[in-house]
Design a protein around this ligand. Structure first.
Ligand SMILES: [Zn+2]
Length: 301
């Protein structure tokens, strides 16, 4: 199997990458993957992850619910309720930070199309990019939205998008710097990029360590803290305009983490701990389980 070994930190360029944690793929294979950390800047990455054309089987689990619509089980039920709430808050964020009321919106990793549909209802002209054929068909059937496959990203014309969104997607993409470069190229000068990522300096990450569900190896390749992401954004001539917490993720990630640990009554324990992390986050937002980064082009060259 082709594995991608990283010697150079994609954020700062240092070659001092050292072992940080060993995590298990709880979802599919139970294989162990190492997470390495950059000694210079602190950024962390999954070492020796499967290459893009071979990682498919690692996504092959019914639990990977971002691409499906099952309603069984308490975790899924909560997930679907939380998704509804999250859709509302995502569209509110677009409304608040976009420089226009409507325009061209690109959602990368659009999944089954719920967010695109919400934005279409709000009169945005939407385009989705989604690598799963199943999800693309779903979006077409349910919402009549045509989504493109992955290579479309590199075909989007320069400076044509008012808003580009990536909801928990960038951490899955092999070519981190290439993708960031393309975001910058395709965005209009007054456009906005909105990126949601798990936060490796969250309260829940500190608590669960190698059991933290949002390490999600080998599907999550890159593990950011707010300062890591700020550095990457700056490198690609973006200005970090704002950082917003995603409050619900603490509950979901804590439940999954407890499940991975094999805790008795994992869902209840996870919910309770998620509640504590949520409350602590109210006082320290940058330690939220997931964060939404709002980027604008730094046009002063
Ligand atoms: Zn580094």
């Amino acid at each position: 199997m082709k594995r991608i070994h990283t010697d150079i930190c994609p954020v700062c360029g240092s070659n001092e990458l050292v072992p940080y944690l060993s995590c298990k793929d709880y979802l599919t294979t139970q294989e162990v993957f190492d997470i390495y950390q950059c000694k210079t800047c602190g950024f962390a990455l999954t070492q020796d992850f499967p290459a893009e054309d071979e990682i498919g089987p690692y996504y092959d689990a019914p639990e990977y619910i971002s691409h499906s619509d099952t309603h069984r089980g308490i975790i899924n039920t909560l997930y679907h309720w939380a998704r509804k709430m999250a859709l509302k808050s995502k569209s509110k964020i677009v409304g608040r930070y976009a420089s226009k009321r409507t325009g061209m919106l690109l959602d990368i990793g659009s999944g089954t199309g719920y967010f695109l549909n919400k934005m279409k209802e709000e009169k945005w002209i939407v385009t989705g990019i989604e690598k799963s054929e199943f999800a693309r068909k779903y979006a077409k059937q349910k919402f009549d939205i045509d989504c493109q496959s992955s290579d479309y990203l590199y075909k989007v014309c320069e400076k044509t998008k008012d808003v580009i969104t990536m909801w928990h997607v960038l951490e899955h993409m092999e070519h981190l710097n290439r993708v960031m470069g393309h975001l910058s190229a395709t965005l209009k000068d007054d456009g906005v990029v909105i990126i949601a990522l798990p936060n490796k300096s969250s309260f829940d990450a500190a608590h669960y360590k190698e059991h933290w569900a949002a390490y999600d190896v080998p599907r999550h390749l890159w593990h950011f803290s707010p300062s890591d992401f700020g550095r990457l954004a700056k490198k690609h001539h973006f200005e970090l305009v704002d950082v917003k917490p995603m409050y619900f993720d603490a509950f979901y990630i804590s439940m999954l983490s407890e499940k991975s640990k094999g805790t008795f009554l994992a869902t209840i324990v996870g919910l309770a701990k998620g509640g504590i992390f949520f409350l602590r986050t109210l006082a320290d937002k940058k330690r939220s389980s997931s964060l939404i980064y709002i980027l604008k082009k730094n046009n002063k060259k």
